[in-house]
Design a protein around this ligand. Structure first.
Ligand code: NI
Length: 195
């Protein structure tokens, strides 16, 4: 009888706990507006001037698999970004690229919290295509990506999200041994759904 009472008491305690924001095995899919802002002065060419890669905005999508309630693995994808490339302020080329990024994430808050900030460390692989103008080849780039973001749970299924990534993207220009250092900040504002 004492055992039964203990079991009943703990069952009540368990059912009274608030639902966890995330459980191991949850999949969170988010979509939103993604803005890629390259750093300034991406390549200085002796005698020719400064190459600048301009910013662009596209549809971003992330998918996160929760390994535990506080650790996730996230993939960032997007529709292709198109950037103008300027030499001394004058547009001389365009390029498109895709920057898939996979990150391990840590959610430090109590898993019951509606507000879930997170930090991530990952790897980015960027490839360029449809180059046009004086750029006829931009090499692919693999580099580290640091990220941070916050989910706000609207209910058990839906959430709002803001996120930022700092990605190391260095791309060799025209196979000439000189890297265009793009190293962008990527901002995303969107909404997500938990499965
Ligand atoms: Ni770099």
């Amino acid at each position: 009888m004492k055992l039964l009472k203990t079991l009943l008491a703990s069952a009540v305690a368990v059912s009274a706990m608030p639902a966890l924001a995330y459980d191991a095995g949850d999949i969170i899919v988010k979509a939103g507006i993604a803005h890629v802002a390259p750093k300034d002065d991406n390549l200085k060419l002796a005698g020719a001037g400064t190459v600048e890669v301009e910013s662009d905005t596209q549809l971003g999508i992330t998918a996160t698999y929760m390994v535990t309630p506080q650790i996730g693995v996230e993939v960032l994808a997007a529709t292709p970004f198109k950037h103008d490339i300027k030499l001394n302020g004058k547009k001389v080329a365009t390029t498109k690229h895709l920057p898939p990024t996979i990150s391990a994430q840590y959610y430090p808050m109590d898993p019951a919290s509606k507000i879930q900030p997170y930090v991530g460390l990952g790897i980015n692989h960027t490839f360029f295509f449809d180059e046009d103008g004086i750029v006829n080849h931009l090499g692919k780039s693999t580099g580290l990506a640091l990220s941070a973001g916050m989910n706000y749970d609207i209910d058990d299924k839906f959430m709002a999200n803001v996120a930022v990534w700092k990605i190391d993207i260095d791309s060799e220009l025209n196979e000439g041994g000189k890297d265009v250092e793009i190293d962008p900040l990527v901002f995303m504002v969107g909404a997500g759904m938990k499965f």
